[in-house]
Design a protein around this ligand. Sequence first.
Ligand code: CP
Length: 337
Amino acid sequence: MTEFTGNHILSVNQFDRDAIEKVFSVAHSMEPYARREKRTTVLNGAILGNLFFEPSTRTRVSFGTAFNLLGGEVRETTGMDNSALAKGESLFDTARVLSGYSDIIAMRHPAAGSVSEFAEGSRVPVINGGDGANEHPTQALLDLFTIKRELNYHGAGIDGLHIAMIGDLRYGRTVHSLSRLLCLFKNIRFTLISPAELAMPQPIVDAIKDAGHQLTITDQLEGNMDADICYQTRIQEERFPSQEEANRYRGKFRLNQAIYTRHFQSKTVIMHPLPRDSRMEANELDIDLNVNPNLAIFRQTDNGVLVRMALFALTLGVEDLVSKYERDVVWHSNKSS
Ligand code: CP
């Protein structure tokens, strides 16, 4: 099984099923702290370097929140222009310097492979918060944690799952990482729906086939597809050579209640890594789905805190000490209701 303590988390390829179960079990134990029923100071004095060289809302803030909830402090760098990378400093030198100021680092960067390159210069563990179109391992773990919880609610497990992935499967790093994690499970059915130009990269298609899973590749939503999970994605406009090219695909796969009813089961869970593009010309996940109880997007974002708390606790070797440093919450909190 993956040894967590002191190690980087750069790719989903580091995980086997035992490691995933360990993360999920620790994530589950974090619930009282995330809900503010209890608090813990287990990471009192520890510093997270939260380095986001590409825009982010959830990943950046949930990494910081998770570290704070464990009692640690967060130091942020946001945007390339606000760092010496803009003056030509290398990722190696930046890592060497910033790892001297932190106990652990979370990082996002627009270039594929950049977080691994950075980790080579780091003296502390580095967690990949997304490197270009390559990987987003912590999102894949929180997505899988959400899938497990949602399916448990319907009395099913991950083995035997049918997942439909829709939209920009070429540049959407979350579907790359999630697909690779699902390759560790049994009898998965993948239905990959995208324009041919935005199809899932061949190495991931090959990994799905090598794992013996069923695979359907299509460029349109057709009939009722019997999926357990509908995983919608955004057109990753920032990775296209031009806006004109991104505009060609925007709005191609909208999902609203009427389309959902036509193509999915009444219990199909709707997921999206977010942000959803709510501009009229895209509207990939209509707000009329907000009242659909199967819309799991905000359960995903809440689960992200639990999973990131688990990864910090495991990487810093305190997963068994969290409750020892427990305190009561003395303020009124709606989160516990
Ligand atoms: N899902 C995700 O990575 O969201 P952000 O870009 O807001 O971090």
